[in-house]
Design a protein around this ligand. Structure first.
Ligand code: FE2
Length: 669
């Protein structure tokens, strides 16, 4: 007789437990066990519990290969899903082997779990496992398929409804309930005030403050007090929600004829634009990507989106100040260069049009495409091509948690043709055209922060916390990834012969970057170093970069005059013709303002079901080495978190978005 100890962990998520019958069969190199029901006295499989059972066999099964788990219905009850975390099997020889599962299981479903140490495909030596792995990948490729969302954009997963996604990647029930609750609260609050759907124009800027009562952040308050100040305007291009757009300017573009006379009053005494450019204190935001995109129509008239140019100056007090704005690419008399010395509302309008175009670049390109949609490509390619026992699946999958769910659901509510973003000035079609243009120009190096910062000449600009925190995080993630990848790939040849890894990157190149060789993205991996860099970029994108462009949305967007996705009036063409009334007529009406504010609330809300960067509550690795690497990764992150908290305590406007404690381990919102 041989005895196997079976320790089954039921998740601690809400409703994780089940009343159904659970059966287990063990498969070993020397045979298999009976299909055995796991049944102890009392309730089995309650939420957050571990049940210990025994399976007896006539003799040892030899090397343990697979654990088959089946869930049969208890009669007369409705569906009772089970969140099955893991099972640890202790063999008669005394070896404890981890079989991770971490997924919902529906009635009648069976799962076959791989356990023990991570294995690459070519390392498999047992015919049963070779066959099992082959079937697993065929099944995964039918479960997760590619679909074209729109020509020229990254491909997406083929599910139209989030509720149809396979159980293993669905949202937990508690999370979807919370999101629904938030929506209900916001809706109720706005309805009570009679603001939803109102076409009224705001009568004064002060009236906009009446939108919400219960949601305020220190930063949203600060922005609503200081939004008109040039200093806060410039600051946002470094530490706001879109820190990836300005570049150091060493020579003015010929289509932006700013003269020394125009900007001299805003520079320090005794200097000139030329000297400041040489010193590296002049920066440019060129929005030429927006040029010629057709905006949406509103009441039969097209709205206006400008492709502006904004010149910024880092002054001796280390404040980044806008010093000249031209709202269209081609200079002309109807396209004057606006200056801080112009009448207040002219300058304010010029700044608002730049921020309007910037907000669409931020939402469509930097947020949706560069984080959400590319994350979806990395995820679908991983689900299709890696076996669950592959080391890189174990490394990556925690960073893809809920991403397909949030994107699939978001395509209906947020960025679909009827979604909230479609009421922006560019509208649905315009935003897609913008994304298409952006993807064709996206390079691999632009997604790798160290190269991105160097290419934009921002290595030494002061008070750039996104860069400071982001580069430290890049390095910490890189060290962790390097340790794990080098542990599993002792040489480049292991990389070359790993077909699952090669299939993963090849699908990413084809379905994400649409085979664009000029982008510099790899289509295959030849070295361990290439794999380390790519995986660093992937984890950085879905954690740090997403936090940078996502988490500050309420802070900066909720005060609509600071930045608006929609402007109604055409941009100014002459100076001295505007007033506060022009500003109020240009801004969204009452109903539009509350829709945007509600959206940003929802997008930057915190849920209880949050996994912070570097914490891996799901135990997937069975070997001590990667477990130790995770501990070191966590220690580094916690050390950085303390340093950032200390730094922030000394800042008037703290930069909190890249504090590791505030960054999620994956894109979930
Ligand atoms: Fe997001």
């Amino acid at each position: 007789m041989a005895e196997y100890k079976i320790e089954v962990t039921t998740g601690d998520k809400q409703y994780a437990g089940t009343w159904d019958h659970i059966y287990v069969t063990l498969f070993g190199a020397n045979g298999q066990s009976e299909r055995t029901e796991l049944d102890n006295y009392g309730f089995d499989f309650s939420t957050g519990t571990i049940g210990i059972y025994t399976i007896k066999t006539s003799s040892s099964l030899g090397k343990l290969l697979l654990v088959k788990v089946e869930k049969d219905p208890l009669l007369f009850l409705s569906e009772d899903e089970w969140y099955f975390s893991k099972v640890v099997v202790t063999t008669p020889e005394g070896e404890a082997i981890l079989f991770p599962c971490y997924r919902w299981i529906s009635r009648g479903e069976l799962v076959e779990l791989r356990g023990g140490k991570a294995m690459k495909g070519f390392e498999e030596d047992h015919p049963l496992l070779i066959d099992h792995r082959k079937k697993e990948l065929t099944h995964k490729k039918s479960l997760y398929q590619w679909k074209i969302m729109a020509e020229g954009l990254p491909h997406i997963n083929h599910s139209d409804n989030a509720s149809e996604l396979p159980a293993e990647i669905r949202y937990s029930k508690s999370k979807s309930t919370e999101a629904d609750n938030t929506k209900t609260i916001i809706g109720l609050e706005l309805k009570l005030k009679g603001l939803v759907g109102s076409n009224e124009k705001w009568e004064s800027i002060e009236d906009i403050k009446k939108i919400f009562w219960c949601k305020k952040t220190t930063m949203s308050e600060y922005v609503s007090e200081h939004w008109k100040e040039d200093n806060i305007y410039g600051f946002q291009f470094l530490n706001g929600v879109n820190p990836n757009v300005i570049k150091r300017c060493s020579e003015l573009p010929p289509n932006f004829p700013v003269t020394e006379e125009m900007v001299k009053p805003f520079l320090a005494e005794g200097t000139s634009p030329q000297k400041e450019m040489e010193k590296g204190n002049i920066f440019l935001y060129d929005q030429k990507k927006m040029d010629g995109i057709t905006p949406r129509t509103y009441n039969g008239e097209p709205l206006h989106v400008t492709a502006g140019l904004c010149l910024l100056y880092m002054n001796p007090e280390n404040k980044l100040m806008p010093i000249a704005i031209q709202l269209h690419q081609q200079p002309s008399e109807q396209n004057p260069i606006f200056l801080p010395s112009d009448p207040e509302t002219d300058w304010l309008l010029a700044k608002m049009f730049i921020k309007n175009a910037d907000s669409m670049d931020h939402q469509a390109v930097q947020h949706l495409m560069n984080t959400h949609f590319l994350a979806e490509v990395y995820t679908v390619a991983a689900l299709r091509n890696f076996s669950v026992i592959h080391p890189l699946y174990k490394l990556l999958i925690p960073h893809f948690r809920y991403t397909l769910y949030v994107n699939t659901a978001g395509r209906k509510t947020l960025f679909g043709p009827e979604g909230a973003l479609s009421i922006s000035s560019l509208g649905y079609d315009g935003l897609f055209e913008l994304m298409r243009r952006a993807l064709s120009e996206t390079t691999y190096s632009s997604l790798c922060l160290p190269e991105n910062i160097t290419a934009r000449g921002l290595e030494s600009i002061p008070n750039f916390y996104y860069r400071d925190d982001g580069l430290k995080l890049w390095n910490i993630i890189n060290s962790f990834v390097k340790a794990v990848v080098e542990y599993y790939y002792p040489s480049d040849s292991e990389v070359c012969k790993d077909t699952e890894l090669q299939d993963w990157i090849s699908e990413i190149f084809t379905h994400g970057f649409l085979g664009n060789k000029a982008s510099g993205f790899p289509a295959e991996f030849h070295t361990v170093e290439e794999v380390i860099k790519f995986i660093t970029m992937v984890i950085f994108t879905v954690t740090v970069q997403h936090a940078a462009v996502n988490n500050g949305q309420y802070d900066y967007y909720s005060w609509m005059p600071n930045v608006s996705l929609l402007l109604h009036k055409p941009p100014p063409t002459t100076k001295g013709q505007s007033s506060m009334r022009t500003i109020l007529e240009t801004l969204p009406d009452v109903g539009e303002t509350v829709s945007f504010a509600a959206l940003t609330w929802l997008l930057s809300d915190k849920y209880t079901d949050v996994v912070p960067l570097g914490s891996y509550p799901e135990e997937r690795f069975d070997e001590p080495a990667p477990k130790q690497m995770i501990k070191e990764f966590q220690a580094e992150l916690s050390f950085l978190s303390e340093a950032i908290t200390l730094r922030n305590s000394q800042l008037e406007v703290p930069y909190t978005y890249l504090n590791p404690a505030e960054i999620e381990n994956s894109i979930t919102i």
